[in-house]
Design a protein around this ligand. Structure first.
Ligand SMILES: Nc1nc2c(ncn2[C@@H]2O[C@H](COP(=O)(O)OP(=O)(O)OP(=O)(O)O)[C@@H](O)[C@H]2O)c(=O)[nH]1
Ligand SMILES: [Mg+2]
Length: 238
């Protein structure tokens, strides 16, 4: 089965709301292969299909999976479609995901509502056993005026102390400043240290590969997270 193939490649899965900077991250780190990647220019979603970008950095081969941005809690059908697209990509990919990165715009300020909901989907995609290989990155730091910087630095500190946690443990966070490319590459170097190949897979990988007859992502942990509000009667699928 594909999941057991040992691969020297570092495979990273990028997850986050629309416009949080996933494709821009790839454009910054992937060199020529990321040159033609579509980057959003307004509030509308830009990436609609998953795509794998392969390149080498510091003698390590990387395969980064770009994904469509998650929507807010009311967009159940759209979120399920995105999840299905990610599940199909994971099924097709020839190696286990080495690490997963969640993207959060620091300028959103609050980690509630859509941010919280999207992060809960990310956690359900990863599963608790994958915790050591989960990273959050905050983006848009170069949009902050110098006089407001201390406020956002406090916000970043608060994120580290609670909201971005999994079963009480804080997920590793990198603050990405578009004007400082070094931090982007620090994220790559962080993942390059992890053993690759036969480690524990992502929860969603396990679910889609372990059950070839699985027809709908609704039955996966991440699908259930998306459906939580529908099942509780707070919203309907349009
Ligand atoms: N100032 C600033 N702009 C950024 C940063 N990261 C991304 N952007 C801008 O934010 C917009 C959205 O970026 P994308 O990389 O397309 O976001 P995405 O997460 O791939 O969005 P979807 O494909 O819709 O899910 C673009 O205009 C980028 O130029 C950042 O760190 N700083
Ligand atoms: Mg994109």
């Amino acid at each position: 089965m594909a999941a057991n193939i040992a691969s020297p490649e570092v495979t990273l899965l990028l997850i986050g709301p629309t416009g949080s900077g996933k494709s821009s991250f790839i454009q910054k780190v992937a060199g020529p292969v990321g040159r033609d990647i579509n980057i959003g220019s307004g509030p509308n979603p830009c990436t609609f299909r998953c795509k794998v970008y392969k390149f080498t950095y510091n003698e390590t081969r990387f395969a980064i999976i770009d994904t469509p941005g998650l929507e807010d809690v009311a967009a159940t059908a759209a979120n399920l479609k995105i999840l299905q697209e990610i599940a199909n990509q994971l099924k097709a990919h020839d190696a286990n995901v080495t690490g997963a990165i969640y993207f959060h715009r620091i300028t959103d300020k609050r980690f509630t509502g859509t941010s919280r909901f999207n992060f809960d989907i990310f956690k359900a995609i990863c599963g608790e056993a994958f915790f050591p290989r989960m990273v959050c990155v905050t983006t848009m730091w170069n949009n902050i005026k110098p006089r407001r910087m201390p406020d956002f630095e406090s916000l970043s500190k608060e994120l580290r102390q609670g909201p971005m946690d999994f079963a009480g443990k804080s997920v590793k966070i990198f603050d990405l400043n578009g004007s400082d490319p070094d931090v982007y590459f620090e994220v790559l170097s962080y993942f390059a240290q992890f053993p690759r190949g036969n480690h524990r897979p992502l929860q969603l990988e396990k679910e889609v590969r372990g059950n070839p007859r699985l027809k709908s992502v609704k039955k996966t942990m991440a699908g259930r997270e998306v459906m939580k509000n529908v099942n509780a009667g707070f919203c309907v699928i349009l």
